[in-house]
Design a protein around this ligand. Structure first.
Ligand code: 5GP
Ligand code: MN
Length: 342
């Protein structure tokens, strides 16, 4: 396996870790499998070095990630603002995983800006915001932050000490960020990493079921409802849009995570290149936007230009501070503007 860091970078990282005793590991709001998995595995590695480590995420993760080994140690800024702010203040080092700009911390951004702690970024999103950051470990071509964390631990000599629990977390993030290794996962070394993780005794089939086959009856009915009643097709069936209101979510007893993966489903239509989901946020008065595409259609450019967001080429997101009907019009305008790429 190729080394991730050059000698100078490796030395710099080792030095930062050596000089830090109290470390906070954090990731983006609305944490997904990659955010949770990379945070837990990196925290476990740091604990193995004898550090005092806290994992603080801005908002809770969906129920279908609750089984992840070690997930109980995670604390959420949303429910315990003062406590989280105090922990951040005491830290010497904050490791920011799986996000490239502080705005993705939402309400935690303020607390973060008030700390004097050194900060490092470990991430695979393009164009990390380097302001006030001491070291940036950024590899936008990689499948996931979990892949980067694996490579880091491996290069730092921590593979031998890796537990099955940490290996499970890393596999989970690599799997979820690549749709079960169906996209963004063509680098042969990914499968070397999986082979190494399997030697730790992970149960990859069970991990898959734990994440993807745990729908409630309400969630599968919601899926059916959206596909049957709500899906609209545009640009000669090359683009699809659906909306989801709070009212509808209530009807299907929506819980966090129930819309996960829904935006990918329209891409199962032959020739479909772009899928957009517009969902009223359950906590704030904004519309959460998710975009998914295939081939070289640049979701991230569309997200930046039309939806106050960004992300990866084939998976991006953003949000709009106005009502769903307006958001729908914005999505239609975006599709028109990008018609030539569909
Ligand atoms: P999702 O659709 O799963 O919420 O997000 C997919 C990807 O889009 C994320 O991995 C992240 O890269 C990006 N993303 C989602 N929401 C935002 C946002 O509000 N701002 C930015 N810059 N990127 C986002
Ligand atoms: Mn990720």
């Amino acid at each position: 396996m190729k080394d991730l860091l050059n000698h100078r970078e490796l030395f710099q990282l080792m030095q930062i870790l050596r000089e830090s005793q109290r470390i906070v590991v954090t990731a983006h709001r609305g944490p997904d499998g990659d955010a949770v998995g990379s945070s837990l595995a990196w925290a476990a590695y740091l604990k193995g070095l004898g550090k005092k480590v806290d994992v603080i995420l801005p908002t809770p993760f969906p129920d279908f990630l609750r089984w992840m080994p070690g997930a109980h140690i995670i604390r959420f800024h949303l429910n315990h603002e003062a406590e989280a702010a105090a922990t951040l203040k005491e830290a010497n080092l904050i490791c920011c995983l799986d996000f490239n700009t502080l705005s993705r911390l939402q309400e935690m951004e303020g607390a973060m800006k008030q700390t004097k702690a050194r900060r490092i970024i470990i991430d695979h999103h393009p164009d990390p915001d380097q302001d006030g950051v001491e070291m940036v470990v950024s590899f936008p071509k990689m499948s996931s932050t979990c892949e980067i964390v694996f490579r880091l631990i491996h290069q730092l000599g921590g593979f031998e000490g890796m537990t099955a629990a940490a290996a499970t977390c890393l596999y989970t993030g690599m799997m979820t960020d690549t749709g079960g290794f169906t996209y963004n996962s063509a680098d042969p070394e990914i499968y070397e990493i999986i082979a190494l993780l399997l030697t730790k005794g992970i149960d990859k089939d069970k991990i898959y079921r734990n994440v993807f086959h745990v729908f409630s009856t309400d969630r599968i009915r919601l899926t059916g409802y959206v596909l049957y009643e709500k899906l609209q097709f545009f640009a000669k069936n090359k683009a699809a849009v659906f909306t989801l209101t709070r009212e509808e979510m209530k009807r299907f007893h929506f819980i966090r995570g129930d819309a996960e993966g829904l935006v990918n489903m329209p891409l199962q239509v032959k020739g479909m290149k772009l899928s957009i989901s517009l969902r009223e946020d359950t906590e704030r008065d904004v519309v959460r936007v998710s975009l998914r595409s295939v081939d070289d259609f640049p979701c991230n450019r569309m997200a930046e230009e039309f939806f106050n967001g960004g992300g990866h080429l084939n998976a991006s997101g953003g949000e709009l501070p106005f009502p769903l009907e307006e958001a729908e019009k914005t999505a239609q305008r975006a599709i028109e503007a990008y018609q030539h790429l569909l």
